[in-house]
Write a protein that binds this ligand. Structure first.
Ligand code: PLP
Length: 222
């Protein structure tokens, strides 16, 4: 298929095609506000960005009923710029970062929801925790003192491959961990799946997908 749907048609297609209970995060990094507004006008209210500065700039220009998700790696010294409005931080990978998010959330008299990023890909990635680190973070005494953050689930990125068997196995591993930890933690959100692999991710139990290029088209980084 070579024909291209518009941004608004893509949003409508996702909204009608996704199973109930699966939330769509429209990943709008590198895209202009005019593109985001096309998605907004088609009913999309959740947008994901991977750079804090870019998210702040878009937040300033766009309607206030948007939920902004930070899906990228977070530098501690930049948490303060988004603490007033960010609604979910997907890629938390240390207690140190949680401490800073907690501090900035408290300053803004709000609570910030976070997901722990778990390493599930076979390829060597810099970010994310292994299962043991996740368990140890969740059971640490210090976490109990952080009253302005809420850990509401897990996030993972699969290997960049079209080997369906491998994708399935990576997603199902994360779902298993999610189910297990859900017994002792109040989890609501399992963020896995992107443009190339969201169908498999949803099949394996994802309830939040992060989709960029399948909505907005290929990104141009020049
Ligand atoms: C860019 C990005 C996505 C979306 O990628 P697409 O392949 O364009 O859908 C999802 N998750 C994260 C963490 C990203 O950085």
């Amino acid at each position: 298929m070579s024909f291209k749907l518009s941004i608004s048609e893509n949003i409508k297609k996702f909204k009608s095609g996704l199973p109930e209970g699966v939330t769509l995060v429209a990943v709008s990094k590198t895209k202009p506000v005019s593109d985001l507004m096309k998605a907004y006008d088609a009913g999309q209210r959740i947008f994901g960005e991977n750079k804090i500065q870019e998210m702040v700039e878009k937040w300033e220009q766009m309607p206030r009923d948007i939920e902004w998700h930070m899906i990228g790696h977070v530098q501690r010294n930049k948490v303060k710029y988004m603490a007033a409005f960010v609604s979910l931080i997907h890629a938390v990978d240390s207690l140190k970062l949680l401490r800073e998010i907690d501090k900035q959330a408290a300053k803004n008299q709000r609570s910030i929801s976070c997901l722990l990023q778990v390493k599930i890909a076979e390829e060597d990635t810099k970010f994310g925790m292994d299962e043991a680190e996740v368990r140890s973070l969740l059971s640490s005494e210090e976490l109990k003192e952080l009253n302005s953050i809420k850990i509401v689930g897990l996030m993972g990125m699969a290997t960049f491959t079209d080997d369906e068997k491998q994708l399935r196995s990576e997603f199902s591993k994360l779902k298993k961990l999610y189910n297990e930890l859900s017994q002792t933690h109040q989890f609501t959100t399992l963020s896995m799946g992107m443009s190339g692999d969201y169908k498999i991710a949803v099949d394996e139990g994802s309830n939040m997908i992060r989709v960029g290029s399948a909505i907005f088209g290929e990104r141009n980084y020049n």
